[in-house]
Each structure stands twice: as structure tokens, then as C-alpha cells.
Design a binder for this molecule. Structure first.
Ligand SMILES: C[S@@+](CC[C@H](N)C(=O)[O-])C[C@H]1O[C@@H](n2cnc3c(N)ncnc32)[C@H](O)[C@@H]1O
Length: 259
């Protein structure tokens, strides 16, 4: 039987500890308090503390930002305030700053992050951080995608959700997440469930054949085909272009007449 949160040696693992630095601590746990992550949180498989960056302000207005050097619109988070907030939680865990200027988050990075003791996540607001904070502290800039959010909090939740579901005991023995999209440099194959026929569309026959070897071959072929059509960048990155089916291959229609 799979025992939650236990190392291979049989010793009980330490919970994964997440510290979030934010101007809006009341946003947490938010969605991380429900479903898989929420259950894992209440079972102590991971812990979460949200600290208000504003509590490190030193003036009577409790200001955390100032106008951009060189002019321009918006405000910039002050490095002295942000450094004090980071120093208050720094203990060797990786420190990530949410910023569109960061390295894009990938599933490989998530696997790497979840193998450690936990994470410190710094959420930006306004125009973002004074760049000197990246020189002064071991802070890794991370982006969750090529679009602009109004703050880093949702990005921190995305990172934590991606990490927490991979913690031992969170998804249970039935799934380790190893077959999912991105794990092998491919999108996952498509799924179907009952009813067998719905609005004239039937589940592909191979999936109802009970022949596991044939099913595995079909799933791999669809994973390759869909990745080639939807995410050629993934194919390129993982050197998988040679696995692609001939260019004449077209996505299969699953209407009853075609299966
Ligand atoms: C309005 S954004 C600042 C955008 C910044 N001026 C720029 O153009 O790069 C405010 C904050 O939202 C967060 N944020 C916005 N988009 C993000 C993304 N794609 N990935 C990670 N964090 C993001 C960051 O913490 C950022 O400091």
C-alpha cells in the first residue's frame, strides 16, 4: 500500500514548506485551500504562510514602492523593503520572483522544485521589482507565460498547485503524473469516457478493444500527432520532430462514421 508522505527509507518526510511574500496575503490559500491541494494542506503534506511585504515598510505611510528612475508611468517595488521581506523567510529554500521577465515555468522545473524542502515565492505588483534585488539576493525570476497579470499572486498559486499535486501522497497511488502532458516532451493523448456514442460521435474503437498493446500504440501516435499540430515548439525542443507522422496525416474525426 502506498503510504502518503513517506520517503523510500520509510521515514516520514518533512512537509513541503511554501512561504509567499505579497502585498495581498489575504488572497492565500484561495483556490489552494480546496480540492487536492486543500486536502493535502489540511493533512499537513505541505504548509503555506503568506507574509505581507508591507509589514517591512519603515516610514509612517508604510510605503513599499517609489517612482521609476528615468521616468515613466507606474511604481516600482523598493529593493530595501523587498530584501527585508526575503531575509525574514530565507533559510536555503529556492527563492523565486514572479515576473514576466523571468524564465518560463516548465513541468521539468516543477519536478525539480518539488524535490526540495519547499519554496519562497515573491509576488510583484505595479511595474515590478527594482532590478538590484536580483543581484543582491539569490532570487530566480520565473514567468508563468507570455502575458501580463496584475500581480504575482496568481502566478505563485499556479507554481504551488503544480508542485503540490506531485508531492507523495497527494494524487494517491493511482497516478504519479508521469504520463501527463510535457513529461515526455509531448502533449498527452486524448481521453474519452461513457457514453460510448454521444451526439453521433463514438469513442475510437481501439480504446474499446481491450488490446492494451494496440491502445498504447494508438495513444502514443495521437500524442505525437497532436503535439506536432498544436505545439510544434515542444517537438522542436525535445528533438521529437523525427517522431512526427507524415505531413499528410490529418487529425482524425471521431464521428461515428469514421470509427
Ligand atoms: C503588471 S505586472 C508588471 C509587468 C512589468 N512591468 C513588465 O512589463 O514586465 C505586475 C506583477 O505581476 C506579476 N506578473 C505579471 N505577469 C506575470 C507573468 N506572466 N508571470 C509571472 N508573474 C507575472 C509580477 O509579479 C509583476 O511584478
Amino acid at each position: 500500500m502506498h503510504t502518503p508522505n513517506v520517503c523510500d527509507s520509510g521515514e516520514k518526510a518533512m512537509p513541503f514548506r511554501a512561504s509567499v511574500l505579497t502585498l495581498y496575503p489575504e488572497m492565500f490559500p484561495g483556490p489552494l485551500g480546496t480540492s487536492l491541494a486543500g486536502r493535502a494542506l489540511s493533512e499537513g503534506l505541505w504548509s503555506l504562510e503568506a507574509t505581507n511585504i508591507r509589514s517591512f515598510a519603515t516610514d509612517r505611510h508604510r510605503s513599499v514602492d517609489d517612482t521609476p528612475a528615468g521616468g515613466g508611468s507606474g511604481m516600482v517595488l523598493r529593493p530595501d523593503i523587498v530584501a527585508a521581506a526575503l531575509d525574514s523567510v530565507a533559510d536555503g529554500r529556492p527563492m523565486l520572483a514572479l515576473t514576466p521577465r523571468g524564465e518560463s515555468l516548465t513541468q521539468a522545473r516543477v519536478r525539480d522544485l518539488v524535490s526540495g524542502e519547499g519554496l519562497i515565492l515573491l509576488c510583484g505588483r505595479f511595474e515590478g521589482f527594482d532590478e538590484r534585488i536580483f543581484e543582491a539576493r539569490p532570487l530566480h525570476p520565473v514567468s508563468i507565460g507570455d502575458y501580463i497579470l496584475s500581480g504575482g499572486e496568481l502566478g505563485a498559486m499556479v507554481i504551488l498547485d503544480a508542485c503540490v499535486r506531485l508531492l507523495p501522497g497527494v494524487m494517491g497511488a493511482a497516478s504519479s503524473g508521469e504520463e501527463e502532458s510535457f513529461e515526455a516532451g509531448l502533449l498527452e493523448y486524448p481521453h474519452y469516457t461513457r457514453p460510448v456514442t454521444w451526439e453521433g460521435r463514438t469513442i475510437p474503437e481501439v480504446l474499446r478493444s481491450g488490446d492494451h498493446a494496440k491502445i498504447a500504440t494508438w495513444r502514443h501516435a495521437r500524442a505525437v500527432e497532436d503535439t506536432r499540430l498544436r505545439r510544434p515548439d515542444l517537438m522542436e525542443r525535445h528533438g521529437g520532430a523525427s517522431q512526427a507522422p507524415p505531413s499528410s496525416a490529418r487529425r482524425r474525426d471521431t464521428k461515428a462514421k469514421d470509427v
